[in-house]
Design a protein around this ligand. Structure first.
Ligand code: 5GP
Length: 194
């Protein structure tokens, strides 16, 4: 790897802090909020985070896509909505990263318009101070703010759909990327055939 961004134990510590912050924000809450994870990237983060929330919650997911390989297309598509009605509920949207801000800007507007929750809060693992930021989207709960501009991989962050299962987050080296080529070339071939 070129650089480690977050080790496994650092991720757990961050989730513990975020869980406590979320609990504190729900202190006087009587209803059951819905933790809404953005698939696929935020799933490992969501599953670690919820272990550290003690307030009763429900889980749901929404699936969006905007990236093609390592490039953002600038267009966000919703591939799967939540399974339950969010109308009148308090929703905590859990996302892996705010980078250009395009996805978060879209998601907030889309969720409010389509699902009409009572409130919408945002929890992200990483906020990148992107030099090409399109929307300065703020989150209510932030794990780590970084100036790292390079593409990151691991703990939900993919490289051509792979390596979301790596338990830490890192910037891959050129050597890593070269060694991964056979995997994603084989995967892409399979997908084209299907
Ligand atoms: P944004 O719309 O803010 O530019 O980016 C949001 C989405 O882009 C994230 O949900 C994530 O899927 C993807 N993304 C942004 N930066 C990275 C990165 O460095 N690595 C990976 N694997 N995905 C990223």
């Amino acid at each position: 790897m070129e650089r480690l961004i977050l080790a496994e134990d650092e991720i757990v510590r961050i989730c513990d802090r975020l869980g406590k912050e979320i609990d504190a924000s729900l202190k006087d809450e009587e209803g059951v909020p819905v933790v809404l994870g953005v698939m696929n990237g935020a799933l490992p983060f969501m599953y670690e985070l919820i272990k550290h929330i003690t307030h009763p919650i429900q889980l749901d997911t929404i699936k969006v896509s905007s990236y093609d390989g390592m490039e953002t297309t600038g267009e966000v598509h919703v591939q799967k909505g939540p399974d339950q009605s969010l109308e009148g509920k308090d929703v905590i949207l859990v996302e892996d990263i705010i980078d250009t801000g395009i996805t978060m800007n879209f998601l907030k507007e889309y969720i409010m318009r389509e699902y009409k929750p009572r409130s919408l809060k945002v929890c992200i693992l990483i906020k990148r101070n992107n030099l090409k930021m399109k929307y300065d989207e703020k989150a209510d709960f932030v794990g780590l703010t970084t100036d790292e501009q390079k593409y990151i991989v691991g703990f939900g962050f993919d490289y051509h759909g792979l390596f979301r299962n790596v338990p830490y987050i890192f910037v891959p080296s050129i050597k890593d990327i070269k060694s991964w080529e056979p995997y994603f070339v084989a995967e892409e071939k399979k997908q084209k055939k299907a």
